[in-house]
Design a protein around this ligand. Structure first.
Ligand code: SF4
Length: 504
């Protein structure tokens, strides 16, 4: 079979992370304490592929582009980076997608800034682009188009784009624009250097196709966009669209047929599926879960990509929705937990009012810390394990704001969770501001980093035991345990050093 259009990416993206999505985040760190190969073994093992190098599971965003192109009649396929050599002589267009090409996104940029060592994802992507196969692809005249959520990072790396022969950067949702670009590339017409996909050009629900092959860890999208409008976030620039249940179930089916062992429901806020504004409606959310669980059966895992803390509190306090979902539908002897990402961002109501006034809705922003604590308690009681983010260095942040964040994190100690500090990265409505870097740290930031790290270490082993209970995960658990021990030691040394730097 001949593919004129190949969709691909580097190893840190093209992996199912041992079936544990969370392990993929380890690629955002610099390779310290262990050789890089071991890091890659933990976070990005090679996926199963067919004889042509097509992975059985591939990143969801690439699957969408593949589906659009195949539906439009192009000979297009996703190919694993190690198998590109099989297609060098015929490929005419290479499409590349990534979540964090150059490690400028959070939290990669933060680990990099703190340690001064390039993160694994950046190293891996640069290796991929410098690979002789990619060079030969270019020498033979193929066009290279890059996109995905991290497309903006290429604007900081225009020299590399030139060196590697990147023809077009697509910033925004690619489903509509990609057909025109690929047609031009195949006809040998000149391509634009940069395309920004604005609100008027995003695909409608009808134009978003059903994926043709399995996605990494069974991720399926149930919604696009977010109504909360946080100023630091780029998602908020996209209009809100709900994916109809039939389409969601069709994608679950694609994954089951490929033998994927679980489903991740992807949305910026799973509880807002067909919501009434920002108030969750139990009907659609329960129906979604009932139907998905009917399809996946008792043994496959189920996770949520993101949920908002205000929605957790509201849904439980008004409709007991969280306990209904977990206790009556999701949890059983095979599914002992639900993993999810949540955003705390700050413990300061003053700062919350400035940068994310709608994040607390339908509650007033003044009680943001109370919302966070209540939501963590509800999640703890229902075996939902959040990986929470906190942003340090948001423009306009004061020392008092950071102290309030520290106080909030301390109140979260009884609740099983991971809390990840992130340095502010200029995105969304705040993209004209400056990056927050190590040199900007104040003593209270170091205290905040320490408190979050201690919280995460306190819960890490407990979470690992439940999350990776199968004996199959023993080697990974062993390496992670060793790594946590190493990091504990390093953090003690490091925070000491940072304190000295800050005092000077
Ligand atoms: S709630 Fe989350 S996804 Fe929505 S705008 Fe805020 S940060 Fe972005």
């Amino acid at each position: 079979m001949v593919f004129e259009v190949i969709i691909t990416t580097d190893r840190t993206m093209m992996s199912n992370h041992h079936g544990k999505e969370f392990l993929g985040f380890i690629a955002t760190g610099p390779p310290i304490g262990m050789p890089e190969k071991l890091w890659l073994y933990i976070c990005a093992p090679k996926p199963r592929v067919d004889e042509l190098g097509r992975p059985i599971e591939a990143p969801y965003g690439l699957r969408k582009i593949e589906a659009v192109l195949q539906d439009a009649g192009f000979k297009a396929a996703i190919i694993d980076p190690d198998h590109l050599y099989k297609h060098v002589d015929v490929v005419k267009v290479v499409l590349i997608g990534h979540h964090d090409y150059f490690a400028y996104g959070p939290p990669s940029s933060e680990w990099w800034s703190l340690t001064g060592i390039e993160p694994v994802n950046r190293r891996s992507f640069i290796r991929f682009m410098n690979n002789p196969v990619m060079r030969r692809v270019k020498e033979k005249g193929a066009k290279i188009i890059v996109g995905g959520p991290a497309a903006w990072q290429w604007l900081y790396e225009l020299e590399l784009a030139e060196k590697w022969g990147v023809d077009t950067i697509v910033d925004g949702e690619g489903e509509k624009i990609i057909i025109e670009l690929v047609e031009k590339a195949l006809k040998g017409e000149e391509l634009p250097r940069y395309v920004y996909v604005g609100v008027d050009n995003v695909p409608s629900v009808e134009e978003i196709p059903v994926i043709k092959g399995a996605s990494v860890n069974g991720l399926v999208e149930i919604m696009r966009g977010c109504p909360r409008g946080c100023k630091f976030c780029s998602v908020t620039l996209r209009p809100l669209r709900f994916i109809p249940l039939e389409k969601v179930l069709a994608e679950v089916e694609v994954n089951i047929r490929a033998g994927v062992k679980g489903v991740i429901l992807h949305s910026e806020d799973v509880l807002l599926y067909y919501a009434d504004g920002i108030k969750p409606r139990p009907g659609p959310v329960l129906k979604l879960h009932e139907e998905v669980i009917k399809k996946i059966g008792e043994k496959r895992s189920l996770a949520w990509a993101h949920v908002s803390l205000a929605a957790i509190k509201y849904a439980e306090e008004n409709d007991k929705l969280i306990s209904k979902l977990t206790q009556e539908l999701i949890l059983n002897e095979h599914r002992k937990l639900i993993g999810v990402e949540v955003g705390i961002e700050t413990g300061s109501p003053r700062l919350a009012r400035e940068i994310m006034i709608a994040k607390s809705k339908p509650y007033p922003v003044e009680i943001w810390p109370e919302i966070v604590v209540d939501a963590f308690r509800i999640m703890h009681e229902n075996m939902i394990i959040p990986a929470a983010t906190v942003i340090l260095g948001i423009p306009g942040e004061t020392s008092d704001d950071v102290v309030k964040t520290i106080e909030l994190i301390e109140k979260l100690k009884p609740y099983r969770s991971i809390i990840v500090p992130m340095f502010f990265v200029p995105m969304g409505a705040l993209k004209k501001n400056k990056w927050f870097l190590r040199d900007h740290l104040k003593p209270e930031h170091i205290d905040a980093l320490r408190v979050m790290f201690e919280h995460t270490v306190y819960w890490a082993e407990d979470i690992m035991k439940i999350y990776m209970s199968s004996p199959l995960y023993l080697p990974v658990r062993f390496l992670l345990k060793y790594f946590i021990g190493y990091v504990k030691k390093k953090v003690r040394e490091y925070t000491g050093k940072l304190e000295e730097i800050v005092k000077k």
